[in-house]
Ligand binder design. Structure first.
Ligand code: TRP
Length: 454
């Protein structure tokens, strides 16, 4: 983002919430949340997630939006303006979207492929047990779909037609939500769904571990686009009289609500079609394996399936566009190249790095960085969500709590409204979040090194 240019602001209060929610809602809700919920014990994951969202997610999002609105700058500039020594935090945050964009686009490519599948009338084949694995373990096919997705994203960024996409997706998003609710209702009324529902909603405390926390907190950051400077940038566009606290509630409610619905289509779907005992073994392919089975059983399901994946594609594109915009603006601030050159370079970089994640399911599947059965995509996902983002969040809390002090944030929030949860905000930012994050990070490092199993 060019720091000298005068910033435009969102014209309406709802405009801010919609834009922030548009960036937040994407594959994180539809693809990532359900498979993590399935893998990490269902109900206990859900409970952990919700508790973290209303406390920790709330505090961090308020802080980021207020930082952006106060300084009127995006991430690197915002930290620098408040304290020169902390500019480094801006740079670490900036690394996150650079890591996420390539593998996000690989998943986006899978979504695009499934649109093709339904258009070609192959919905029944897609419901077969090996369809998904055969597809991702191939070499060229997943790469081509991935490249199509990246190029589509790049074209939008290059020609600056986000406005058009936004207009379309403002209409598509509600349709996606309604369709998802319909699919969820269909799934949970199938015989056998009850076991899945129970798994999803009833917490089993014996499954609680430091891994549950790490997965939940990583998902929280990912899904709300936190701990990577995005919300700082959004905050910088926000008007001074808009209510920060309410906006945060609305964004969280919308984002988590949608994730919850996505989980309701997919987790009980596993119970219905392959048995609840398989839930623990879920991985990044879950959505692509379960939903085609659901569609294959539904009357008119193949048409619904095609429509569904088209809508998902739009949700994914709005997110990937905003991810690429972020990466481009980081380089635009730092080098003297034209915007066009930067978009081209970022596109090439994304294609090259994403290639690793894509091939990680095929010819590179012998590389299992996080242990038996994990992929390169899991690795990039882990590094960004479970390592860098918790570190950024920890440093942000220290910065806000002890360097610029929580009052700076409170004052900014109070410019436009009361700050109802100010006390909670202070306690979380200064004490609970830093201690919790240190514990989570240390235990995760020790876990990964195999020193302890928690
Ligand atoms: N939150 C988005 C999702 O749920 C993914 C995402 C992560 C994102 N970081 C982002 C989107 C930055 C836009 C910008 O899919």
């Amino acid at each position: 983002m060019n720091e000298v240019k005068k910033r435009s602001t969102f014209s309406s209060k709802l405009g801010f919430v919609l834009a922030a929610a548009g960036s937040a809602v994407g594959l994180g809700n539809l693809w990532r949340f359900p498979y993590l919920a399935a893998k990490y014990g269902g109900g206990i994951f859900l409970l952990t997630y919700v508790l973290l969202a209303v406390t920790f997610g709330f505090a961090l999002m308020v802080a980021e939006i207020a930082l952006g609105r106060k300084t009127g700058l995006s991430v690197v500039g915002a930290y620098k303006k408040l304290n020169k020594k902390w500019a480094f935090l801006g740079y670490i945050s900036a690394a996150v979207p650079i890591i996420i964009l390539p593998y996000y686009s690989v998943i986006g490519g899978w979504v695009t492929k499934y649109i093709g599948t339904y258009v070609m009338g192959e919905g029944t084949a897609a419901a077969g047990p090996d369809y998904f694995n055969n597809f991702i373990s191939g070499t060229w096919e997943p790469i081509i779909w991935f490249a199509i997705f990246v190029l589509a994203t790049a074209l939008v960024v290059l020609f600056g037609v986000e406005k058009g996409i936004e207009r379309v997706s403002k209409f598509m998003m509600p349709v996606l939500v309604i369709l998802s609710i319909g699919i969820a209702i269909y799934v949970i009324t199938r015989p056998g769904a009850l076991a899945g529902l129970k798994y999803y909603f009833v917490p089993d405390f014996s499954k609680l571990s430091s891994k549950t926390f790490l997965a939940a907190i990583g998902q929280l950051f990912y899904s709300l686009s936190l701990a990577m400077g995005i919300m700082i940038t959004y905050g910088s566009y926000m008007k001074k009289d808009a209510n920060i606290e309410n906006s945060v509630f609305q964004i969280e409610l919308f984002d988590s609500g949608f994730a919850l619905i996505a989980g309701l289509m997919i987790v009980p779907g596993v119970a219905v079609f392959s048995g609840v005992e398989n839930l623990d073994a879920s991985g990044p392919g879950l959505m692509f394996q379960v939903l085609p089975q659901v569609f294959d059983n539904m009357a008119g399901g193949h048409i619904i399936g095609g429509l569904f994946f088209i809508l998902v594609l739009f949700a994914a594109l709005t997110s990937s566009i905003s991810l690429m915009e972020t990466v481009v603006s980081i380089f635009q601030d730092k080098c003297k190249l034209s915007r066009r050159t930067i978009v081209i370079l970022v596109t090439i970089g994304t294609l090259l790095i994403g290639l690793l994640s894509s091939l990680g399911f095929g010819v590179l599947s012998f590389i299992q960085p996080l242990g038996e059965g994990t992929s390169l995509l899991d690795f990039f996902d882990f590094i960004s969500n479970s390592v860098i983002m918790p570190i950024v969040a920890l440093l942000t809390c220290i910065f806000v709590g002890y360097v610029i002090k929580t009052k700076t944030i409170s004052d900014e929030v109070k410019l436009s409204s009361k700050f109802h949860f100010e006390k909670m905000f202070i306690v979380i930012t200064k004490y609970i979040a830093p201690i919790g994050l240190v514990l989570i990070l240390v235990s995760s490092v020790l876990n990964t090194l195999g020193v302890i199993t928690l």
